[in-house]
Design a protein around this ligand. Structure first.
Ligand code: NAD
Ligand code: AKB
Length: 314
């Protein structure tokens, strides 16, 4: 078995920091190269190699992959839903060209595996709102969702046509305390914990009964590692897998915080992100991920709230 050398592109972001640290635990710190356009996240300092890299610069990316003897890439660089609506062409360019650059190099250099995340944002208002299945009507209305859906089919194409072993998860909204979220519609579910501890109040940009699929970061990291470790023959979907953990509304997360901080108050001031949230399903069905590679979540809202408040208080 050849020793893997991994490149994480977008390593300073919300997922990248925790994924890089988790991969370094599994593969060894020098086997995982963190890369980002912005400076290294302080949590990565001293934990392994870091390179400054723009995924849009294909030549430089190719040079780094050859120079560092990279065998696997985790591509996390993207513009998320809320920021994407402010600058649609920038979001389309980065989300598409970044992926195509990595897919092309993966093919040329015969990389052993590639991870690229999709999102529940692929679904649109015409998809089923509750328990939205893996395969259904998919008509996204945000530029972010359109780029993710197109990206899924590029992954599928590179697998079928060139045998690039690319794997993907449609992450729900992710909640974490280590690295801050980067411009999504589900970011309220991180902000609310931080503001509860800092100010004892929070003004939510989504209406209190807006249900969305959500997941705690430790579950998301474990899902990613488990998907990447599964035998290739077990991966039946080469577009991207639905993975679910919980579904909650701002009212419910507020109530779960109030169990620990009874004086916490939430007010509501919906903005343009409400329309994005309203276009997504409230919950998703992930039975193929459970059947194909054994996915099962560990965290629900109550356990996550306890863990978030404990860690953000440290
Ligand atoms: P993030 O915005 O926190 O991090 C993205 C990172 O990519 C940033 O550190 C940014 O500096 C870097 N980056 C941007 N442009 C770059 C470029 N040209 N070259 C190199 N690096 C660049 O995003 P995230 O939340 O960590 O998301 C990572 C991936 O997971 C994205 O594809 C996102 O769509 C997907 N995803 C995230 C969530 C979530 O809730 N966080 C949910 C679904 C899917
Ligand atoms: C966003 O809100 O844009 C992301 C996502 C669900 O993809 N968190």
């Amino acid at each position: 078995m050849r020793k893997e050398k991994i490149l994480v592109i977008g390593a300073s972001g919300q997922i990248g920091v925790e994924l890089t640290l988790a991969l370094r635990k599994v593969y060894g710190e020098n086997q995982v190269v963190a890369a980002d356009l912005r400076e290294q996240n302080p949590l990565l300092h001293g934990t392994g190699p870091y390179v400054s890299l723009d995924v849009m610069n294909k030549e430089m990316l190719h040079v780094q992959i050859i120079r560092q003897n990279i065998t696997q890439v985790y591509l996390l660089a993207a513009i998320l839903s809320a920021t994407g609506e402010k600058n649609p062409s920038l979001a389309w360019n980065l989300n598409m060209q970044g992926l195509l650059n990595v897919l092309d190099i993966a093919r040329e250099e015969k990389l052993s595996k590639l991870f690229w995340p999709s999102s529940i944002a692929v679904f649109g208002p015409s998809s089923p709102r509750v328990n939205c299945p893996q395969q259904t009507v998919i008509e996204p209305t945000t530029v972010y969702g359109i780029s993710k859906y197109a990206g899924e089919f590029w992954c599928n194409y590179y697998w079928n046509r060139f045998g690039v072993d690319v794997r993907s998860i449609r992450y729900p909204g992710l909640i974490s305390y280590k690295s801050e979220p980067g411009g999504g519609t589900t970011d309220y579910a991180v902000e609310i914990y931080r503001e509860a501890l800092l100010k004892n109040k929070y003004t939510c940009f989504l209406k209190e009964d807006t249900y969305l699929p959500m997941m705690y970061m430790p579950d998301a990291i474990r899902a990613t590692l488990e998907l990447m470790e599964a035998p290739a023959a077990a991966i039946k979907f080469r577009t991207s897998y639905n993975v679910a953990a919980m579904s909650f509304s701002p009212r419910e997360v507020c109530a779960s915080i109030q169990k620990h901080i009874p004086s916490f108050e939430m007010s509501i001031a919906p903005d343009y992100r409400q329309q994005i949230a309203d276009s997504w399903p409230q919950s998703i069905d992930d039975s193929p991920a459970r059947a194909d590679w054994g996915w099962k979540e560990e965290f629900d809202l109550a356990i996550m709230t306890e863990d978030m408040l404990k860690n953000l208080s440290l």
